[in-house]
Write a protein that binds this ligand. Structure first.
Ligand code: NAD
Ligand code: UDP
Ligand code: UDP
Length: 317
């Protein structure tokens, strides 16, 4: 079956934070969507709004096992993204990235589907090049506590490019930088959800280390738009392409913005910096701008307002 004939889009990890927003957008575009998830960190609640839609199908399945379905595009997002979750069962994390990629690439090969991999800025590790361009090979510890995620994602990228070289698959690789927004899990341990939940509940805001480390935060709607555009690029475009918001903030600046926007009186308290925590992170998005005609539109302040409103509703429910 060719790319044009089969009608369905597969989203692995589709019941997760990013995957569920992607499913929403695909359904809104009139696509037939097959959402596959093992509900490790995602939940049916994230796709509740789609369950009764005639173009939407939800399947419980672990991508480390083979999957035989007929689709013409695959968005491979399955993988826990928060350090707390991916370190909980690190062997399963590597399996999900590596065996998951092999299975989804094998599927893409059999049905002639185009396939996109959700890679990560973590492939750059703790970078000595700033901001990070796609040509930078990264500085990743192969044996640390983040390695199951970082090296798993690096190996998945290798597999994507080898399936292209060996089997001529149509691949796309996006390197996603920290993304936030509604439907983040309140206790998934990532910094944006932690700070907002702590501020709303009047608890101490936990700054790891001295809070001078930086991250660049992209709002989920901007991210999903970029992923969709990447999938629709001409066949010769493979990426990897950085997707993120170049606005760079220290964790202290983020905490202060969250306090101001919530009107919270929470105190900032220091906690130890986790092992191998990258010191700085900022995407160079020149390639995304030229190849996708894309740049993020939502400022951190506006995106945080939406996310705070979401967590307020969630915590009151
Ligand atoms: P998430 O944890 O909310 O979503 C991941 C989804 O994958 C969950 O629904 C989970 O249940 C599912 N999953 C995990 N292992 C699976 C398996 N073996 N089989 C089937 N499903 C499985 O995380 P997210 O933030 O939505 O991230 C989605 C993707 O984007 C991940 O691949 C992640 O590595 C990548 N990414 C996210 C960010 C970010 O800031 N959110 C940054 C870089 C990369
Ligand atoms: N696979 C799958 N669905 C398919 C085709 C393949 O899940 O529709 C899996 C299968 O487990 C296989 C892997 O993808 O081991 C890689 O497939 P490929 O054809 O590249 O290699 P194989 O191992 O079959 O020689
Ligand atoms: N962080 C923090 N307090 C928290 C959670 C995280 O200071 O409660 C820091 C963490 O040490 C890191 C940054 O925020 O420097 C981003 O962490 P996150 O886990 O969100 O993402 P990643 O490290 O994978 O970019």
């Amino acid at each position: 079956m060719s790319y044009q004939q089969a009608p369905k889009v597969l989203v692995t990890g589709g019941a997760g934070f990013l995957g569920s927003h992607l499913c929403d957008r695909l359904i809104a575009r009139g696509e037939d969507v097959l959402c596959v998830d093992n509900f490790y960190t995602g939940s049916k609640r994230n796709v509740d709004q789609l369950i009764d839609h005639h173009r939407f199908e939800l399947m419980r399945h672990d991508v480390t096992f083979p999957l035989y379905v007929e689709v013409n595009r695959i968005f491979n997002l399955a993988c826990p993204a928060s350090p707390i979750h991916y370190q909980h069962d690190p062997v399963q994390t590597t399996k999900t990235s590596v065996h998951g990629a092999i299975n989804m690439l094998g599927l893409a090969k059999r049905v002639g589907a185009r396939i996109l991999q959700a890679s990560t800025s973590e492939v750059y590790g703790d970078p000595e090049v700033h901001p990070q361009q796609e040509g930078y090979w990264g500085r990743v510890n192969p044996i640390g506590i983040r390695s199951c995620y970082d090296e798993g994602k690096r190996c998945a990228e290798t597999l994507f490019f080898d399936y292209r070289r060996q089997h001529n698959l149509e691949i796309k690789v996006v390197r996603i930088f920290n993304t936030y927004g509604p439907r983040m899990h309140p206790h998934d341990g990532r910094v944006v959800s932690n700070f907002i939940v702590q501020a709303l509940q009047g608890e101490d805001i936990t700054i790891y280390g001295d809070g001078s480390q930086t991250r660049s935060f992209c709002y989920v709607d901007d991210l999903v738009e970029a992923i969709l555009r990447t999938m629709d690029t001409p066949a010769e475009f493979t990426g990897p392409v950085n997707i993120g918001n170049p606005g760079e903030f220290t964790m202290i600046e983020l905490a202060e913005m969250v306090l101001r926007l919530t009107g919270s009186k929470s105190r900032l308290v220091r906690q130890p910096l986790p092992q191998d925590d990258p010191k700085q992170r900022q995407p160079d998005i020149s390639l995304a701008k030229s190849a996708l005609g894309w740049e993020p539109k939502v400022s951190l302040e506006d995106g945080l307002k939406e996310t705070i409103a979401y967590f307020k509703r969630l915590l009151q429910a």
